[in-house]
Design a protein around this ligand. Structure first.
Ligand SMILES: [Zn+2]
Length: 429
Protein backbone atom coordinates (compact mmCIF):
# COMPACT_ATOMS: atom_id res chain seq x y z
CA UNK A 1 0.00 0.00 0.00
CA UNK A 2 1.11 3.56 -0.68
CA UNK A 3 0.03 6.40 1.60
CA UNK A 4 0.56 10.07 0.90
CA UNK A 5 0.15 13.05 3.22
CA UNK A 6 0.82 16.79 3.23
CA UNK A 7 3.18 16.28 6.19
CA UNK A 8 5.46 13.57 7.49
CA UNK A 9 7.42 13.69 10.76
CA UNK A 10 9.99 10.90 10.54
CA UNK A 11 10.45 10.44 14.33
CA UNK A 12 14.13 11.36 14.15
CA UNK A 13 13.57 15.14 14.07
CA UNK A 14 12.97 15.41 10.32
CA UNK A 15 9.95 16.94 8.53
CA UNK A 16 8.88 16.25 4.92
CA UNK A 17 6.22 18.02 2.90
CA UNK A 18 4.01 16.12 0.44
CA UNK A 19 5.48 12.75 1.29
CA UNK A 20 4.58 9.20 0.29
CA UNK A 21 5.22 6.00 2.24
CA UNK A 22 5.23 2.54 0.65
CA UNK A 23 4.34 -0.04 3.28
CA UNK A 24 3.94 -3.84 3.22
CA UNK A 25 0.61 -4.32 5.00
CA UNK A 26 1.31 -7.97 5.81
CA UNK A 27 4.36 -7.13 7.93
CA UNK A 28 4.03 -3.39 8.57
CA UNK A 29 7.48 -2.91 7.10
CA UNK A 30 8.23 0.41 5.39
CA UNK A 31 9.56 -0.35 1.92
CA UNK A 32 10.26 3.22 0.77
CA UNK A 33 9.70 6.87 1.68
CA UNK A 34 9.39 9.31 -1.21
CA UNK A 35 7.43 12.17 -2.76
CA UNK A 36 3.63 12.27 -2.99
CA UNK A 37 3.94 13.54 -6.58
CA UNK A 38 5.54 10.23 -7.62
CA UNK A 39 2.51 8.26 -6.32
CA UNK A 40 -0.68 9.84 -7.75
CA UNK A 41 -2.72 6.72 -6.87
CA UNK A 42 -1.66 6.69 -3.21
CA UNK A 43 -4.27 6.60 -0.47
CA UNK A 44 -4.40 10.23 0.69
CA UNK A 45 -4.21 10.93 4.43
CA UNK A 46 -4.96 14.44 5.66
CA UNK A 47 -2.63 15.53 8.46
CA UNK A 48 0.84 14.31 9.38
CA UNK A 49 2.15 10.75 9.22
CA UNK A 50 4.24 9.84 12.29
CA UNK A 51 5.68 6.57 13.63
CA UNK A 52 4.12 4.72 16.57
CA UNK A 53 5.05 5.99 20.04
CA UNK A 54 7.49 4.56 22.57
CA UNK A 55 6.17 4.93 26.13
CA UNK A 56 9.42 4.97 28.10
CA UNK A 57 7.94 4.78 31.60
CA UNK A 58 4.78 3.21 32.99
CA UNK A 59 3.48 0.77 35.61
CA UNK A 60 0.93 -1.44 33.88
CA UNK A 61 0.33 -3.37 37.12
CA UNK A 62 -1.09 -0.22 38.81
CA UNK A 63 -3.84 0.13 36.18
CA UNK A 64 -6.62 -0.66 38.68
CA UNK A 65 -5.74 2.54 40.59
CA UNK A 66 -7.20 4.91 37.99
CA UNK A 67 -8.91 7.77 39.81
CA UNK A 68 -8.23 6.31 43.29
CA UNK A 69 -5.69 8.88 44.46
CA UNK A 70 -6.65 12.55 44.35
CA UNK A 71 -4.32 14.83 42.41
CA UNK A 72 -2.23 17.47 44.15
CA UNK A 73 -1.46 15.44 47.29
CA UNK A 74 2.30 15.86 47.00
CA UNK A 75 4.94 13.15 46.77
CA UNK A 76 4.94 11.40 50.15
CA UNK A 77 1.14 11.11 50.57
CA UNK A 78 1.05 9.79 46.98
CA UNK A 79 3.69 7.12 47.75
CA UNK A 80 1.79 6.26 50.91
CA UNK A 81 -1.47 5.82 48.95
CA UNK A 82 0.17 3.57 46.33
CA UNK A 83 2.07 1.51 48.89
CA UNK A 84 -0.90 0.85 51.15
CA UNK A 85 -3.75 1.03 48.60
CA UNK A 86 -2.53 -1.05 45.68
CA UNK A 87 -4.07 -4.42 46.57
CA UNK A 88 -7.02 -5.66 44.52
CA UNK A 89 -8.87 -8.86 43.65
CA UNK A 90 -6.92 -10.80 40.99
CA UNK A 91 -9.80 -10.75 38.48
CA UNK A 92 -10.32 -6.99 38.83
CA UNK A 93 -6.58 -6.44 38.53
CA UNK A 94 -6.28 -8.54 35.36
CA UNK A 95 -9.29 -6.81 33.81
CA UNK A 96 -7.86 -3.35 34.58
CA UNK A 97 -4.49 -4.32 33.10
CA UNK A 98 -6.11 -5.63 29.92
CA UNK A 99 -8.19 -2.48 29.61
CA UNK A 100 -5.10 -0.29 30.06
CA UNK A 101 -3.28 -2.36 27.45
CA UNK A 102 -6.15 -1.71 25.03
CA UNK A 103 -5.79 2.00 25.72
CA UNK A 104 -2.07 1.86 24.91
CA UNK A 105 -2.91 0.25 21.56
CA UNK A 106 -5.62 2.80 20.76
CA UNK A 107 -3.14 5.55 21.64
CA UNK A 108 -0.59 4.30 19.12
CA UNK A 109 2.02 2.99 21.55
CA UNK A 110 4.20 0.28 19.95
CA UNK A 111 6.87 -0.20 22.64
CA UNK A 112 6.97 0.37 26.39
CA UNK A 113 9.34 0.39 29.34
CA UNK A 114 7.27 -1.06 32.18
CA UNK A 115 8.03 -1.03 35.89
CA UNK A 116 7.01 -4.23 37.68
CA UNK A 117 7.12 -5.19 41.36
CA UNK A 118 5.03 -8.28 40.67
CA UNK A 119 4.06 -10.69 37.89
CA UNK A 120 0.52 -9.20 37.73
CA UNK A 121 0.97 -7.78 34.20
CA UNK A 122 3.15 -10.59 32.87
CA UNK A 123 0.36 -12.56 31.15
CA UNK A 124 -0.86 -9.41 29.39
CA UNK A 125 2.66 -8.49 28.23
CA UNK A 126 3.25 -12.01 26.93
CA UNK A 127 0.11 -11.81 24.75
CA UNK A 128 0.78 -8.22 23.69
CA UNK A 129 1.87 -7.23 20.16
CA UNK A 130 3.86 -4.31 21.68
CA UNK A 131 7.61 -4.49 22.38
CA UNK A 132 8.31 -4.56 26.14
CA UNK A 133 11.23 -4.06 28.47
CA UNK A 134 10.37 -4.70 32.11
CA UNK A 135 12.16 -2.94 34.95
CA UNK A 136 11.80 -5.32 37.93
CA UNK A 137 11.78 -2.76 40.68
CA UNK A 138 13.60 -3.36 43.96
CA UNK A 139 14.05 -1.37 47.17
CA UNK A 140 16.90 -1.34 49.67
CA UNK A 141 17.62 2.04 51.19
CA UNK A 142 19.52 0.84 54.23
CA UNK A 143 23.19 0.09 53.48
CA UNK A 144 23.36 -2.99 55.74
CA UNK A 145 20.25 -4.82 54.49
CA UNK A 146 19.80 -3.95 50.79
CA UNK A 147 20.68 -7.47 49.58
CA UNK A 148 17.35 -8.76 50.97
CA UNK A 149 15.55 -6.21 48.78
CA UNK A 150 17.47 -7.36 45.75
CA UNK A 151 16.64 -11.00 46.44
CA UNK A 152 12.93 -10.19 46.66
CA UNK A 153 13.05 -9.14 43.00
CA UNK A 154 14.70 -12.34 41.74
CA UNK A 155 11.56 -14.53 41.34
CA UNK A 156 9.76 -11.73 39.45
CA UNK A 157 12.81 -11.28 37.20
CA UNK A 158 13.02 -15.01 36.60
CA UNK A 159 9.31 -15.25 35.73
CA UNK A 160 9.66 -12.47 33.14
CA UNK A 161 12.77 -13.97 31.55
CA UNK A 162 11.24 -17.46 31.51
CA UNK A 163 8.29 -15.96 29.60
CA UNK A 164 10.75 -14.65 27.02
CA UNK A 165 10.39 -11.02 28.08
CA UNK A 166 13.32 -8.60 28.32
CA UNK A 167 13.74 -7.68 32.00
CA UNK A 168 16.30 -6.37 34.46
CA UNK A 169 16.46 -5.82 38.23
CA UNK A 170 15.95 -2.09 38.63
CA UNK A 171 16.38 0.53 41.36
CA UNK A 172 13.13 2.25 42.47
CA UNK A 173 14.26 5.77 43.36
CA UNK A 174 17.07 7.94 44.67
CA UNK A 175 15.75 7.72 48.25
CA UNK A 176 14.91 4.02 48.34
CA UNK A 177 18.11 2.36 47.04
CA UNK A 178 21.45 2.52 48.85
CA UNK A 179 24.62 3.43 46.92
CA UNK A 180 26.15 -0.09 46.93
CA UNK A 181 22.86 -1.53 45.71
CA UNK A 182 22.84 0.94 42.80
CA UNK A 183 26.32 -0.21 41.86
CA UNK A 184 25.32 -3.88 42.07
CA UNK A 185 22.18 -3.36 39.95
CA UNK A 186 24.23 -1.58 37.30
CA UNK A 187 26.73 -4.44 37.31
CA UNK A 188 23.92 -7.02 36.93
CA UNK A 189 22.34 -5.04 34.04
CA UNK A 190 25.71 -5.05 32.30
CA UNK A 191 25.73 -8.84 32.50
CA UNK A 192 22.34 -9.23 30.78
CA UNK A 193 22.88 -8.38 27.11
CA UNK A 194 19.93 -8.51 24.72
CA UNK A 195 19.89 -10.17 21.29
CA UNK A 196 21.87 -7.24 19.84
CA UNK A 197 24.55 -7.67 22.51
CA UNK A 198 23.61 -4.47 24.33
CA UNK A 199 23.28 -4.36 28.11
CA UNK A 200 19.68 -4.04 29.29
CA UNK A 201 18.63 -0.48 30.17
CA UNK A 202 18.04 0.54 33.79
CA UNK A 203 15.82 3.35 35.03
CA UNK A 204 15.32 5.21 38.29
CA UNK A 205 12.73 7.68 39.62
CA UNK A 206 14.73 10.85 40.25
CA UNK A 207 14.21 14.45 41.36
CA UNK A 208 10.45 14.17 41.20
CA UNK A 209 9.51 16.41 44.14
CA UNK A 210 10.69 19.18 46.48
CA UNK A 211 10.38 16.68 49.37
CA UNK A 212 13.03 14.45 47.78
CA UNK A 213 15.34 17.46 47.44
CA UNK A 214 14.78 18.44 51.08
CA UNK A 215 15.52 14.91 52.26
CA UNK A 216 18.79 14.68 50.35
CA UNK A 217 20.07 18.19 50.85
CA UNK A 218 18.99 18.77 54.47
CA UNK A 219 17.69 15.46 55.85
CA UNK A 220 14.34 17.12 56.54
CA UNK A 221 10.74 16.89 55.37
CA UNK A 222 8.13 14.10 55.29
CA UNK A 223 10.34 11.34 53.89
CA UNK A 224 11.80 10.45 57.31
CA UNK A 225 8.33 9.77 58.76
CA UNK A 226 7.39 7.73 55.69
CA UNK A 227 10.39 5.41 56.16
CA UNK A 228 9.25 4.93 59.75
CA UNK A 229 5.72 4.04 58.62
CA UNK A 230 7.14 1.39 56.28
CA UNK A 231 8.86 -0.09 59.32
CA UNK A 232 12.29 0.67 57.87
CA UNK A 233 15.37 1.91 59.58
CA UNK A 234 15.75 5.50 58.37
CA UNK A 235 18.54 5.49 55.79
CA UNK A 236 21.23 8.15 55.82
CA UNK A 237 20.18 11.20 53.80
CA UNK A 238 22.25 12.68 51.01
CA UNK A 239 24.71 14.69 53.10
CA UNK A 240 23.97 17.92 51.28
CA UNK A 241 24.17 16.44 47.81
CA UNK A 242 21.37 16.65 45.30
CA UNK A 243 19.54 13.36 44.56
CA UNK A 244 21.14 13.27 41.09
CA UNK A 245 24.61 13.71 42.54
CA UNK A 246 24.05 10.93 45.06
CA UNK A 247 22.67 8.50 42.45
CA UNK A 248 25.42 9.15 39.92
CA UNK A 249 28.10 8.75 42.57
CA UNK A 250 26.47 5.51 43.73
CA UNK A 251 26.52 4.14 40.18
CA UNK A 252 30.16 5.06 39.74
CA UNK A 253 30.99 2.75 42.61
CA UNK A 254 30.43 -0.18 40.26
CA UNK A 255 33.55 0.55 38.19
CA UNK A 256 35.62 -1.64 40.44
CA UNK A 257 38.00 -3.08 37.92
CA UNK A 258 39.85 -1.72 34.91
CA UNK A 259 37.72 -3.61 32.41
CA UNK A 260 34.35 -2.32 33.65
CA UNK A 261 35.79 1.19 33.96
CA UNK A 262 36.74 1.13 30.29
CA UNK A 263 33.43 -0.29 29.04
CA UNK A 264 30.50 2.08 28.54
CA UNK A 265 28.02 1.63 31.40
CA UNK A 266 24.53 0.23 30.69
CA UNK A 267 21.92 2.65 29.44
CA UNK A 268 20.24 4.54 32.26
CA UNK A 269 16.90 6.37 32.10
CA UNK A 270 16.39 9.08 34.72
CA UNK A 271 12.63 9.43 35.18
CA UNK A 272 10.77 12.69 36.04
CA UNK A 273 13.55 15.28 36.66
CA UNK A 274 11.05 17.99 37.60
CA UNK A 275 13.50 19.43 40.16
CA UNK A 276 16.69 18.93 38.09
CA UNK A 277 19.01 21.93 37.99
CA UNK A 278 21.56 22.67 35.24
CA UNK A 279 24.40 21.25 37.35
CA UNK A 280 22.49 17.97 37.87
CA UNK A 281 21.90 17.70 34.13
CA UNK A 282 25.54 18.46 33.30
CA UNK A 283 26.67 15.79 35.74
CA UNK A 284 24.32 13.17 34.26
CA UNK A 285 25.24 14.21 30.70
CA UNK A 286 28.86 13.33 31.41
CA UNK A 287 27.83 9.70 32.04
CA UNK A 288 27.67 7.85 28.69
CA UNK A 289 24.35 6.21 27.80
CA UNK A 290 22.21 8.41 30.06
CA UNK A 291 18.68 9.51 29.11
CA UNK A 292 15.98 11.64 30.73
CA UNK A 293 12.30 10.66 30.64
CA UNK A 294 9.55 13.22 31.20
CA UNK A 295 6.05 12.24 32.37
CA UNK A 296 4.45 15.70 32.39
CA UNK A 297 0.86 14.73 33.13
CA UNK A 298 1.92 12.61 36.14
CA UNK A 299 4.12 15.48 37.36
CA UNK A 300 1.14 17.84 37.18
CA UNK A 301 -0.99 15.23 38.97
CA UNK A 302 1.36 14.64 41.91
CA UNK A 303 3.45 17.79 42.37
CA UNK A 304 1.87 20.36 40.05
CA UNK A 305 5.27 21.02 38.42
CA UNK A 306 6.85 20.29 35.06
CA UNK A 307 10.57 19.81 34.34
CA UNK A 308 12.23 22.99 33.08
CA UNK A 309 12.91 21.98 29.48
CA UNK A 310 15.13 25.00 28.87
CA UNK A 311 17.72 23.39 31.19
CA UNK A 312 18.16 20.59 28.61
CA UNK A 313 17.69 22.63 25.44
CA UNK A 314 19.36 26.01 26.10
CA UNK A 315 22.89 24.67 26.50
CA UNK A 316 25.96 24.81 24.28
CA UNK A 317 25.26 21.15 23.45
CA UNK A 318 21.48 20.66 23.61
CA UNK A 319 20.35 17.30 24.95
CA UNK A 320 17.23 16.85 22.83
CA UNK A 321 18.66 13.57 21.48
CA UNK A 322 18.50 12.16 25.03
CA UNK A 323 14.92 12.99 26.04
CA UNK A 324 12.14 10.38 26.28
CA UNK A 325 8.41 10.52 27.08
CA UNK A 326 6.46 8.34 29.49
CA UNK A 327 2.92 8.23 30.85
CA UNK A 328 3.68 6.83 34.32
CA UNK A 329 0.74 4.82 35.72
CA UNK A 330 -3.01 5.26 36.00
CA UNK A 331 -2.44 5.91 39.73
CA UNK A 332 -1.14 9.36 38.73
CA UNK A 333 -2.60 9.89 35.28
CA UNK A 334 -6.12 9.70 33.87
CA UNK A 335 -4.80 8.38 30.54
CA UNK A 336 -2.02 6.24 29.07
CA UNK A 337 -1.46 8.47 26.05
CA UNK A 338 1.92 9.64 24.81
CA UNK A 339 -0.03 12.01 22.53
CA UNK A 340 -1.67 13.58 25.60
CA UNK A 341 1.79 13.94 27.23
CA UNK A 342 2.99 15.85 24.15
CA UNK A 343 -0.13 18.04 24.33
CA UNK A 344 0.74 18.83 27.96
CA UNK A 345 4.28 19.86 26.99
CA UNK A 346 2.99 21.87 24.01
CA UNK A 347 0.67 23.85 26.31
CA UNK A 348 3.69 24.88 28.42
CA UNK A 349 6.17 25.19 25.52
CA UNK A 350 4.08 26.12 22.44
CA UNK A 351 7.07 27.25 20.37
CA UNK A 352 9.01 23.99 20.55
CA UNK A 353 9.28 22.39 17.09
CA UNK A 354 6.73 19.60 16.74
CA UNK A 355 9.40 17.45 15.07
CA UNK A 356 11.53 17.69 18.22
CA UNK A 357 8.69 16.50 20.49
CA UNK A 358 8.09 13.59 18.12
CA UNK A 359 11.76 12.67 18.18
CA UNK A 360 11.49 12.33 21.99
CA UNK A 361 8.35 10.18 21.72
CA UNK A 362 9.55 7.95 18.86
CA UNK A 363 13.17 7.77 17.66
CA UNK A 364 14.84 8.53 20.98
CA UNK A 365 12.68 5.98 22.78
CA UNK A 366 13.53 3.27 20.27
CA UNK A 367 17.22 4.07 20.62
CA UNK A 368 17.15 4.03 24.42
CA UNK A 369 15.56 0.56 24.48
CA UNK A 370 17.63 -0.88 21.62
CA UNK A 371 14.64 -1.15 19.25
CA UNK A 372 15.89 1.16 16.48
CA UNK A 373 16.14 -1.63 13.89
CA UNK A 374 12.34 -1.93 13.95
CA UNK A 375 10.63 0.93 15.76
CA UNK A 376 10.83 4.69 16.23
CA UNK A 377 11.13 6.09 12.69
CA UNK A 378 9.41 6.16 9.32
CA UNK A 379 12.35 4.79 7.43
CA UNK A 380 12.75 1.97 4.88
CA UNK A 381 13.33 -1.32 6.67
CA UNK A 382 11.63 -0.44 9.96
CA UNK A 383 8.13 -1.54 11.06
CA UNK A 384 7.30 1.35 13.37
CA UNK A 385 3.49 1.42 13.22
CA UNK A 386 1.90 4.47 11.59
CA UNK A 387 -0.19 7.24 13.15
CA UNK A 388 -1.86 10.34 11.72
CA UNK A 389 -1.79 13.62 13.60
CA UNK A 390 -4.51 16.18 12.94
CA UNK A 391 -3.59 19.72 13.86
CA UNK A 392 -5.47 21.99 16.21
CA UNK A 393 -8.48 23.45 14.34
CA UNK A 394 -7.57 26.90 15.70
CA UNK A 395 -4.11 26.54 14.18
CA UNK A 396 -5.58 26.07 10.69
CA UNK A 397 -6.71 29.66 10.61
CA UNK A 398 -3.51 31.02 12.08
CA UNK A 399 -0.98 33.01 10.09
CA UNK A 400 -0.21 31.77 6.62
CA UNK A 401 -1.85 28.41 7.04
CA UNK A 402 -0.36 24.98 7.19
CA UNK A 403 1.20 24.98 3.75
CA UNK A 404 3.76 27.71 4.29
CA UNK A 405 5.22 26.99 7.67
CA UNK A 406 8.85 25.86 7.52
CA UNK A 407 9.16 24.82 11.17
CA UNK A 408 5.80 23.62 12.44
CA UNK A 409 5.42 24.43 16.11
CA UNK A 410 4.15 22.26 18.93
CA UNK A 411 1.13 24.55 19.34
CA UNK A 412 -0.06 23.73 15.83
CA UNK A 413 0.18 19.95 16.04
CA UNK A 414 -0.47 19.42 19.76
CA UNK A 415 -2.62 22.45 20.62
CA UNK A 416 -6.20 22.34 21.85
CA UNK A 417 -8.40 20.15 19.68
CA UNK A 418 -5.47 18.40 18.00
CA UNK A 419 -5.97 14.67 17.64
CA UNK A 420 -4.34 11.40 16.66
CA UNK A 421 -5.50 8.27 14.82
CA UNK A 422 -3.81 4.90 14.52
CA UNK A 423 -3.36 3.80 10.88
CA UNK A 424 -1.11 0.80 11.43
CA UNK A 425 -0.96 -0.58 14.99
CA UNK A 426 1.84 -2.39 16.81
CA UNK A 427 2.52 -5.99 16.04
CA UNK A 428 3.44 -6.08 12.37
CA UNK A 429 6.88 -7.49 12.88
ZN1 LIG B 1 6.88 5.74 37.89
Amino acid sequence: MVLSAPWLFDGLGGVRREAAVVVDLATGRILAVGKAADHPDARRVEGALVPGFINAHGHLELSHMRGQIPSGLGMVPFLDAVTFGRTAEPEALAAAIDEAHGELQREGVVGMGDIANTTDALACKRRSPLRWHSFIEVFGAVPGTWRKGLERGLPVLEAHRTAGLSAVLNPHASYSVAAPMLAELQRLAGEAPNAAGQAAPLSIHLQESPEEEAWFREGTGPFAAFFGKLGLEVPPPGEGRSPAEAVLEGLQGSSTNAESARAAPPRLILVHNTMAQPEDIARAASRPNTWWCFCPRANRYITGRLPRLEHWLDRPEPLDGRILIGTDSLASNARLSVHAELQELAAAYPDLPAAQLLRWACGNGAEAFGWSAELGAIEAGRSPGLLVLKPSPEAEGMGQGLENEAVPAAARWFGQGSSMEVLLPAGHR
